[in-house]
Design a binder for this molecule. Sequence first.
Ligand SMILES: C[S@@+](CC[C@H](N)C(=O)[O-])C[C@H]1O[C@@H](n2cnc3c(N)ncnc32)[C@H](O)[C@@H]1O
Length: 289
Amino acid sequence: MIASWPMTEDIAHIHGYYSPNDLYNKIIDGLNRLGKDLSKVTLDDLQPVDEFHIRGDAATKELIELAEFTADMHILDVGCGIGGSTRRLSHETGCRVTGIDLSDEYIDAADRLTRLLNMQERVRFQACSALELPFEDNSFDGVWSLQMNMNVEDKQAWLNETYRVLKPGRRAIFYEVCAHENTHIHFPVPWAQDSSMSFLVPPESFRKIIASAGFEIAVWNDKTDLAQEAFANATEPVGDPNLPVLGVYLLVGSDIQTKAYNLRRNLDEQCVSLIESVAVKPSPSASST
Ligand SMILES: C[S@@+](CC[C@H](N)C(=O)[O-])C[C@H]1O[C@@H](n2cnc3c(N)ncnc32)[C@H](O)[C@@H]1O
């Protein structure tokens, strides 16, 4: 699918990586093959394919606790993928969530899966770039962004935009892969086929960029150990891939086991780290004191 807004060449390159054909129907086909009744599909049924971040739904639930978002809020999910954690966030807290993503194929699947679960009243989606958000200043009661920064070269532009659309006094959640002590990354990885689409910075640099956008960092946790545990069993694939009926390979290709194995190597060899953070946009009264 071709995106309907003008794209720079670098963004088009990333868009191409996240553009499988006919994604929604492939997921429906998988659900049918698993014998699921399509009128009773649950969030848990979709979890193997729609939570495309390290530690999947377990991480989403921890982040929901950390976020403290409430039912009266409208949250922006930046880089929402096909909306697994977007829907989970709304389901657990009752909040409204708008998800945006670069990939119009993902947004199409996100929207149709949300209708399948009858959650469209509270969960909406829009295809656009995180670097140019089509929203007014101070529009959202919270921001939620899970493992998107790796594809963003201009992190300051992304974080400035995030800051702009967030209301003063409100919180942004970031759950992001960063660089580590060793700079040599094994490719491909789940977010990139090669180095031309991966832009990792060390945690301290990431923290400084968040602060330069104007945020105050309220929480900063290194989750690298948990990521290592989660990938400890990822082995180098041999022969034809033995893929489950539903999995994130539908999003980024059947070399997913090689990508998972390389992520394990990158974690073990201290080439990548994993950070969760809560960043607050100061309210005017707080910043003037
Ligand atoms: C690893 S996936 C994570 C998806 C989702 N947050 C989740 O946890 O399931 C990275 C996502 O970031 C999106 N992305 C990358 N660059 C982007 C940009 N500049 N603007 C919006 N989305 C972007 C990709 O299309 C992809 O869906």
